[in-house]
Design a protein around this ligand. Structure first.
Ligand code: GMT
Length: 380
């Protein structure tokens, strides 16, 4: 197939999933055309089957805000015609599904371009649910030829908010070969020179991720006698507040901010415990990546996280903001090495057996085939 994929190229789960999907599809012989404002995160290699088409935007003084959605729709239509795309798969509904539908309509005299929208999270639970975007988001769902969601939680949230239920749940995935425990890595020695345990958090440091709670958890672990360091991977609006929090709570020396990293798995591979105290997560891709590296996860019992992390088996779940319990759970893992190792092994086994790419990518491919078949029958 010739598949068009649109993602936000910036640091974020939906961009990562879209990019990894494109790579996996290309490895299975499909031609993938990324259409985006910049080279997507994790798309480090373009080759004969992976192409990138940059959305160019004309700047004009009359535009207070540049109409990106229109420039994207134009590029989608152009690429669809030039590359004979079989379908266009957009990740994150706003504005991607609307641009794709506009592109499909603009070329329908020549051929029909099926549009598949994958819902990732705040496109439904936050941005899409806001009155300023709700009607157009619902229209985007109704007009898409196929809609997928990354968790059962997100499907349910979409039905409740948009009264739209034609949704296939295709969860996020990991490739087992890219994630593993790295006990011998020199990074471990660098991050924990005195043999401390490593608590790792990975996010885009937005308020919804509650990164301040990670610092609070570390401070409580320290009070309880735990010898640990916190590695904060990523960047975003809450990062400065985290610096102040670490200083205020007396854990500045033990908190390491490494910023955005190209290879998250390097950090997960040396982690002892992963922290994800988010207020909302439709799935929690970072938790899945940690599990694949044999790292038990301490997270909140919200959204799609309980689908990914099994409480008491592959990690521990708590209520939002309950840093007392989260620090107790970290202490349990730090004190009982055998339990931490066993939980880590179960975490990897669960991640691979339920969310391995060998399992999930064929699900996407059969969904594509079903949508193409329906479009063909409608045209006949
Ligand atoms: O919704 C967002 O915050 C952005 C979105 C993204 O594009 O990074 O994240 C969502 O998609 C990820 C990949 O499917 C999920 O793992 C995240 O849980 C989800 N984030 C939220 O629901 C807050």
């Amino acid at each position: 197939m010739n598949i068009g994929i649109t993602v936000y190229p910036t640091y974020g789960g939906s961009g990562i999933v879209g990019s990894e999907l494109g790579k996996e599809l290309s490895e299975r012989g499909h031609n993938v055309h990324f259409i985006s404002s910049g080279l997507p995160t994790r798309l480090t290699e373009l080759n004969a089957r992976v192409h990138f088409h940059e959305v160019e935007m004309m700047s004009y003084p009359l535009f207070e805000h540049q109409p990106y959605s229109l420039a994207l729709a134009t590029k989608m239509a152009t690429v669809a015609r030039a590359e004979k795309l079989d379908l266009l798969h957009v990740h994150y509904a706003i504005p991607h599904s609307i641009s794709a539908i506009l592109a499909r309509e603009s070329i329908k005299e020549r051929f029909y371009l099926p549009v598949i929208t994958t819902l990732h999270g705040t496109d439904i639970t936050l941005v899409g649910a806001d009155r300023s975007y709700l009607p157009i988001t619902r229209y985007g769902l109704q007009q898409s030829d196929g809609v997928t969601a990354v968790s059962q939680f997100l499907k349910k949230a979409t039905i409740e908010t948009f009264d739209f239920d034609e949704i296939e749940v295709i969860p996020n995935f990991i490739c087992a070969c890219h994630y593993k425990k790295l006990p011998e890595s020199p990074l471990r020695e660098e991050l924990a020179p005195a043999g401390e345990k490593l608590l790792v958090h990975v996010s885009n440091f937005r308020a919804v991720k509650r990164p301040l709670d990670c610092v609070e958890i570390l401070a409580k672990v320290k009070q309880k006698g735990g010898k640990a360091r916190l590695v904060m991977v990523g960047d975003g609006p809450e990062r400065s507040a985290c610096y102040y929090q670490a200083e205020k709570l007396g854990v500045k020396e033990e908190t390491i901010f490494v910023g955005k990293q190209a290879n998250i798995s390097d950090y997960l591979g040396v982690a002892d415990v992963f922290l994800l105290p988010s207020e909302l997560e439709s799935f929690g891709l970072a938790a899945l990546e940690a599990e694949a590296c044999e790292v038990p996860v301490i997270a909140t019992r919200i959204g799609g996280i309980p689908e990914v992390v099994t409480d008491g088996e592959t990690g521990f779940l708590s209520d939002i903001g309950d840093t007392e319990k989260m620090s107790d759970d970290v202490m349990k893992l730090l004190k009982d090495e055998a339990m931490r190792i066993e939980m880590g092994e179960k975490a990897r086994e669960s991640a691979i057996s339920r969310y391995g790419s060998e399992l999930i990518i064929p699900h996407y491919i059969s969904f594509y085939e079903k949508i193409l078949q329906t479009a063909k029958s409608a045209a006949a």
